[in-house]
Design a protein around this ligand. Sequence first.
Ligand SMILES: Cc1cc2nc3c(=O)[nH]c(=O)nc-3n(C[C@H](O)[C@H](O)[C@H](O)COP(=O)(O)O)c2cc1C
Length: 353
Amino acid sequence: MQVDLRQPWRIGPVEVPTRVVLAPMAGVSVQAFRRQGRRFGAGLVCSEMVSCAGIEHRNERTLGYLRVAADEHPLAIQIFGSEPQVMAEAARMVEAAGADLVDINFGCPVRKVTKTGAGATALEHPARAERIVGAVAEAVSVPVSVKMRRGLEDRSRAALELGPRLVEAGAQTLTLHPRSARQMYTGTADHSLTAELVSLVDVPVIASGDITSHARAQAVLATTRAAAVMVGRAAQGNPWALREILDSGPDDPSPEEVVAELVLFVRETVRELGERRATGFLKKFYGWYLGRGRFPKAFKQELLALPTLSEVEDRLFAEVPGARFVLQRLEAEQPIVDEVLLDDMPISIFGGG
Ligand SMILES: Cc1cc2nc3c(=O)[nH]c(=O)nc-3n(C[C@H](O)[C@H](O)[C@H](O)COP(=O)(O)O)c2cc1C
């Protein structure tokens, strides 16, 4: 059975134009990543996880994660925390910021998060997890989604017990990354669990984990009957993977396209995070964009050694002069982005990083 990945589907009132969802990734899913993902065909994009405590305390950096650009809808903003009322209040802010969905993180395996009772820990505390989802669903009028791992321990089936209860509590879609928290990113995602979850709930399920090709996406959708696949690591510095997964053909970019997309990404990230934060943040992206056999390894090392981003840009253009023209076209096509107002607090997307 072939699934049409460009077929729209719905999460409550939200229409999602394709069956490929861009994964939330901490330290990766900045606005530039999400806007690029939408341009390359992701039907839904997601912010990285945002601390509800940070929102509660109006932490400036946390509030920066709530910036929404006009061209990234539909967008989910993901929150994490362990207190239902604090999560509900954070969800109200997320809705006010313009998110189309509030996503709740019940999957993060990192100890800094789990030891506070947030992330994957919720999988072992079903009553609290239900209260969180109930409080958030009550607080906002946009749909609420939940992203889970399979459980804390290998072979855990916690997500299957919890999933239907979370739907009962108000979740309108569930995303399952069927690895345990203990597994982190080792082993493989066991999508037979995703298939079980689909059979247990009457809301759309998104399958996350190891979706790296059109064939894999087709196989997972066909065998699980999930509504959509989520793509994470395969899309890091590689938006072409999204088009390849959607349309099946290999989508090898030219060096000009790679460099133009990277420079656009650098410029947008500087605007979002400010030059200083962006400089460190962007380092991992050089390897992601220029690797995969696209450029020699030494070229990445050269970029990493350059002290400023304008020198990085100059070096990239010196290597691939034609990229300037591709970039000009990309920038001309980018719509102007909006400024978002939160509780009378201007959060300019042009700075404040
Ligand atoms: C660097 C990184 C950061 C991540 N951060 C988040 C996060 O903030 N919230 C979340 O729900 N999942 C997060 N994930 C998990 C991904 O969303 C996804 O479920 C997982 O990577 C499996 O998909 P993949 O095989 O396509 O990468 C993260 C994964 C990676 C690699």
